[in-house]
Design a protein around this ligand. Structure first.
Ligand code: G3I
Length: 460
């Protein structure tokens, strides 16, 4: 069944082959972006709004949107929008009400100059522009992953997602919001969808954090990765503080998965259904109430239930320390192979990718690992990428090189169609700000790692 694939809208973005990546590559840093792109800006005949935009890979249909209004009681103001000195829209604003202007455009790869001006009586020809965007209607990615070995064209579009830890109903930091909207196309709730928060008492669900988050993502045309259904951590006390029979636990699992995956059916594109099933020796983790009651059958049961509840969502096994060959990688591979062979619904493997300088996988190894999982006909994503730094002078550059490596490998594996980083700003990382693991510093300035990742993804 086709899933809706949203029209992406960010303040500025460049298209990198199914999805847009927010960047203005012709501007060196986020700090250089004109304030006008973020805030309300008045445009007059003598002071048009000018911005440089970049599209990276090939041409793409994009939409330009500007919300604007004339000053009160004046004659109509005409809003003029040009790209590369070519007029693409002329819009009469008759009232002070806000209106959206959407202009489909084809832009070739390269830099473009956007100009928003007004025409009208000089005395009162002022338009106020807000939420200026260069967006686009990206092609929906194919439902099936590309078979391994599929030659990759230059126009692959790889979106970047970010985990966020917001309670949107009470806090939405403007700088963080801008960084998110400006640079990320996908959202993973870092904690909000975990069972301890959503089902604090059996069969009593608390949607107070998740509903606003999903609504926000939908309003902003972002995809949502659901995280996570079956995990041995962040479970409610009522689940962990007693033992369950197989029958009881089956019912508990059905209630939980039906509750959350049912509520967001059609709005969550991917679910981390099975999270961290194995220990470092490749043995099933036994410190889990799910495993305690259900044993290895929990994998079948969870995947089948999730698939029944939301047949449109892609279902993932997600784990860490599976980049390098070894018993843990083998355990995930063997389980996935077995599930596929028996027709259990499974769509992908998430490699969490919490790395440091020491644990960084060599590029050929990561490539081989991703291709190994892809050979099962599965998608492969980096789902929680972060890379800590040390204090040596070249740490940020080495980190940038590591992010670039991740982007290059994803670009060269046909079934890798998204990278998600585990947070936006260093200051909010679960690994501690001092380790500076993410793409943006604690003031939301883009770090070298951001440009390196974008560059590697664009290079495909
Ligand atoms: O809920 C309490 C809140 O009531 C309290 O005010 C606050 C004060 O510190 O703590 C809150 O709980 C914290 C929770 O995050 C929500 O912020 C926990 O102490 C903290 O331990 C928890 O950490 C999360 C961790 O999972 C739990 O294991 C991290 O933020 C989150 O990044 C991390 O994410 C996991 C993925 O889900 C799975 N893969 C590994 C990854 C990193 O550990």
């Amino acid at each position: 069944m086709p899933r809706p694939y949203p029209c992406f809208g960010t303040r500025l973005w460049a298209v990198v082959g199914a999805v847009a990546v927010a960047t203005v590559w012709s501007s060196p840093a986020q700090a250089d972006l004109p304030r006008a792109l973020h805030d309300l800006t008045h445009v007059t005949p003598s002071a048009p709004l000018r911005a440089t935009l970049g599209t990276v890979a090939g041409s793409s249909t994009v939409e330009l949107r500007a919300r604007s209004r004339r000053c009160a009681k004046a004659t109509p103001v005409t809003l003029l929008i040009s790209v590369d000195a070519r007029r693409i829209a002329r819009v009469k604003l008759h009232s002070a009400n806000w209106r959206n202007v959407s202009v489909p455009q084809k832009l070739a790869a390269g830099g473009h100059t956007l100009l928003v001006g007004v025409a009208g009586r000089p005395a009162c020809s002022r338009a106020t522009v807000d939420e200026l965007r260069l967006g686009g209607r990206a092609d929906r990615p194919a439902d099936a992953p590309a078979p391994p070995g599929t030659p990759l064209g230059p126009k692959r579009r790889i979106p970047i997602g970010a985990a966020v830890n917001w309670d949107i109903s009470t806090r939405l930091d403007r700088a963080e919001d801008q960084a998110f909207l400006g640079h990320f196309q996908g959202l993973t709730p870092e904690n909000a969808m975990k069972m301890t928060y959503v089902e604090p008492r059996r069969n009593e669900f608390d949607w107070s954090e998740t509903d606003p988050l999903v609504t926000y993502a939908m309003d902003q045309h972002r995809t949502v990765r659901g995280h996570t259904l079956i995990w041995h951590k962040q479970l409610p006390g009522w689940l962990t503080q007693r033992r369950w029979t197989r029958e009881e636990m089956t019912a508990v699992m059905k209630e939980w998965i039906s509750g959350i995956a049912g509520r967001y059916k059609g709005r969550i594109t991917d679910w981390d259904v099975l999270n961290e099933l194995f220990d470092e020796h490749g043995a099933w983790r036994t410190n889990s109430p799910w495993y305690d009651a259900l044993g290895p059958d929990l994998a079948d049961m969870a995947l089948r239930t999730a698939s029944e509840v939301d047949p449109g969502a892609r279902l993932f096994i997600n784990d860490f320390d599976i980049e390098l060959p070894g018993p843990k990688q083998d355990a995930v591979y063997n389980l996935a192979r077995d599930l596929k062979a028996r027709g259990v619904p499974l769509d992908g493997i998430g490699i969490q990718a919490h790395w440091s300088g020491e644990s960084l996988p060599p590029e050929p190894t990561l490539l081989a690992t991703m291709n190994r999982f892809a050979s099962l006909g599965l998608r492969v994503e980096l789902t929680e990428l972060d890379i800590t730094t040390d204090r040596f002078a070249d740490a940020l550059q080495r980190q940038a090189d590591a992010y670039a490596m991740a982007g290059r490998v994803c670009q060269s594996v046909a079934s890798c169609d998204r990278i998600t980083v585990w947070g936006i700003s260093d200051k909010d990382s679960w690994r501690g700000g001092v380790n500076r693991p993410l793409l943006f510093d604690d003031k939301f300035n883009a770090k070298p790692a951001y440009g390196a990742l974008i560059g590697a993804l664009a290079a495909g």
